[in-house]
Design a binder for this molecule. Structure first.
Ligand SMILES: [Zn+2]
Length: 196
């Protein structure tokens, strides 16, 4: 599932197309893994970055208004990237299952420009947005549904996976592959069986 900006769902009564699609795929079809995918050189993230200082202004083109409406939480998280931490954060990440908050360090190797860093922050925010959908909460809390974040660098072709153990995006390569897969398997096997 690709998701640049999942609409923020405030209440269980507000309905969006994205929410409907998510219910269809995640609840009705019993999908077990949901992947949020972001990428470098993202035009939407460039626009969000350019609008970051005027998020409260109610003016703009339809696209700008849409980006602002669904991107303000990403910008809030992005504020944790400051000059004094070399724009690496960390940014807080409220995990799906309770008692598991952690912080994600963004691009500790300083490989990417500021818009790409924002794009990675956005991936983390999208995980939180998806986890806020009421119809997913139960399955998420039981580890029956697992959320993942991928980030793709279109220049090098490298793919990064958000590692909860290492609290950062880790490049998927021959060296990291086994550890990353083991981490996913551990999460998947930690499924809590419901009583019903
Ligand atoms: Zn994009």
């Amino acid at each position: 599932m690709q998701a640049i900006l999942c609409p923020i769902q405030m209440t269980s009564n507000s309905t969006t197309t994205a929410a409907g699609a998510r219910e269809l795929t995640c609840v009705r079809q019993k999908i077990r893994h949901v992947v949020v995918a972001g990428h470098s050189d993202c035009k939407a993230m460039r626009l969000l970055y350019d609008l970051r200082k005027q998020m409260d202004a109610k003016t703009g083109s339809p696209l700008e208004l849409w980006i602002k409406k669904n991107g303000w939480r990403t910008i809030e998280k992005f504020q944790y990237l400051k000059e004094e931490n070399s724009f690496t954060g960390p940014v807080p990440y409220m995990q799906e299952s309770e008692n598991t908050k952690f912080k994600v360090t963004i691009d500790p190797g300083q490989q990417f420009n500021i818009v790409d860093k924002l794009s990675q922050v956005n991936c983390i925010q999208q995980l939180e947005n998806i986890a806020a959908y009421p119809f997913l909460k139960e399955r998420l809390s039981q580890n029956d549904l697992l959320l993942h974040a991928f980030w793709y660098d279109i220049h090098s072709g490298n793919v990064f996976l958000l590692s909860r153990e290492r609290q950062r995006f880790v490049e998927v390569n021959e060296r990291s592959y086994f550890g990353l897969m083991q981490e996913v398997k551990n999460r998947a096997s930690a499924k809590i069986l419901s009583e019903s």
